[in-house]
Write a protein that binds this ligand. Structure first.
Ligand code: NAD
Length: 390
């Protein structure tokens, strides 16, 4: 149970790039990182507009000389200080993730980066190599994976309750961009511009979330090949898709599908992960994240609830308030952040092996998300053909 107890020795001196005033995800990062006192925000280059970023940093309580005009100024100055930041979060549009993460790692600073980690697998592998060589952590904010019932689903697969896994159905299909909202909304505009978003829109922006959750629930499944079809129902978004369907075949003989969309008119998030085995199925839905539906063939369906004693002990480890009280996205993100902190401390103490079993989305998850999107785009742009997964 999480109840004010700290698992690391000290708060990590922490900075942010992006996540400035009015940004969509900056506040979620700050809430999650500081919720349990694992990170202490002391520096930032929060905004493309240096003056606005500086004013915002001071509004957050930072010292003026630690509100920087850009990331490079921050990394250079902070790396030279004995009390400089140990970790930086990168919450900027996608096109900047690779150069800013690389610069941070080269300055010896751990990174928490937004997804998608990079545009290409080659870039993501480059970051992985630098992080490994320098003994640094790169966390990737697949935030939904911090929900406790994901852990329970993973346990039910691992202990054989579902039998042999046959089918994985993934979905993240909201309706908020059913019309060309990007004409009015700057945060939507960059998402449909390849120069800022990269080779995809919804595949990278949305689908990589349930993809990572499926990797957590079914770590044994390895994709053998996939086929993707993608469309731009709002035509001005082409070549970036606002809807896509992916078929996957796994080495084990299991099969998967993923439907991702920003034009699922009327839908809220509709992020669902359903895993079907030879004996039963589990289904998790991010709009009701405290529940997990468990269906065993021939038995009445069960709705398992977060925080209940019938869950696996590991599924209770992140309980903050007891069953019945709803926990949400901020809690899920905070659950990832204490793991990022534990991983950072273990790496700094030269003992990364002690966090080998700690489940958090790290650089490998970041690489995998980029690799998956790259394969999807290659398949779709070749007319929707099967491509081997390598
Ligand atoms: P946004 O457009 O709302 O905000 C971007 C912020 O970054 C702004 O404050 C902008 O001024 C700042 N910025 C841009 N370039 C910068 C630079 N070079 N240096 C410093 N600051 C810079 O974008 P957003 O919706 O918050 O998305 C940011 C990132 O977070 C994207 O990669 C997106 O995919 C990701 N995201 C992830 C989740 C999630 O669930 N993990 C949710 C939303 C967004």
């Amino acid at each position: 149970m999480i109840n004010g107890n700290r698992l690391t020795k000290s708060a990590i001196r922490w900075g942010m790039v992006g996540g400035g005033k009015g940004s969509q995800i900056g506040y979620v990062h700050r809430s999650a990182a500081m919720r349990d006192g694992y990170f202490d925000l002391i520096a930032g280059a929060f905004d493309l507009d240096a003056d606005r970023g500086r004013a915002f940093g001071m509004e957050l309580g930072l010292q003026a000389d630690r509100c920087y005009p850009d990331h490079q100024a921050m990394f250079t100055a902070e790396a030279a200080r004995p009390d400089g930041i140990r970790c930086v979060t990168i919450a900027t549009p996608n096109n900047t993730h690779y150069p800013i993460t690389k610069a941070a790692l080269q300055a010896g600073i751990h990174v928490i980066c937004e997804k998608p980690l990079t545009f290409t697998t080659a870039e993501a592998l480059d970051l992985q190599a630098i992080a490994k060589a320098r003994g640094l952590v790169v966390g990737v904010t697949y935030g939904y994976s911090g929900h406790q019932m994901i852990e329970e689903a993973a346990r039910l697969v691992a202990d054989g309750t579902l039998g042999k896994i046959r089918i994985v159905n993934l979905q993240f299909a909201h309706g908020f961009h059913s019309a060309a909202v990007e004409l009015e909304n700057p945060a939507a505009r960059w998402r449909v511009d390849p120069a800022f978003a990269g080779p995809s829109y919804v595949l990278g922006d949305l689908a990589t979330h349930p993809l990572y959750i499926s990797e957590v629930i079914c770590p044994h499944l390895k994709i053998r090949r996939l086929l993707c079809s993608r469309q731009s129902f709002v035509a001005s978004r082409a070549p970036l898709e606002d809807n896509a369907t992916v078929l996957m075949e796994y080495d084990s003989g299991a099969v998967g599908t993923c439907w991702t969309s920003a034009v699922n008119a009327g839908a809220m998030h509709s992020q669902k992960v359903r895993v079907v085995g030879s004996k039963g199925s589990v289904e998790w839905w991010d709009e009701h994240p405290n529940q997990l539906r468990l269906e065993i063939q021939g038995e009445p369906a069960r709705l398992l609830d977060r925080g209940m004693p019938y869950l696996h002990p590991q599924s209770l480890a992140d309980d903050r308030i007891g069953a019945g009280h709803p926990e949400g996205l901020f809690d899920a993100w905070a659950n990832l952040h204490y793991r990022f902190a534990l991983a950072i401390e273990a790496h700094e103490e030269g003992d990364p092996s002690r966090v080998a079993d700690l489940r958090y989305p790290g650089i490998a998850a970041g690489v995998e998300g980029v690799r998956w999107v790259e394969h999807c785009v290659r398949s779709a742009d070749a007319g929707g053909i099967w491509v081997d997964y390598a």
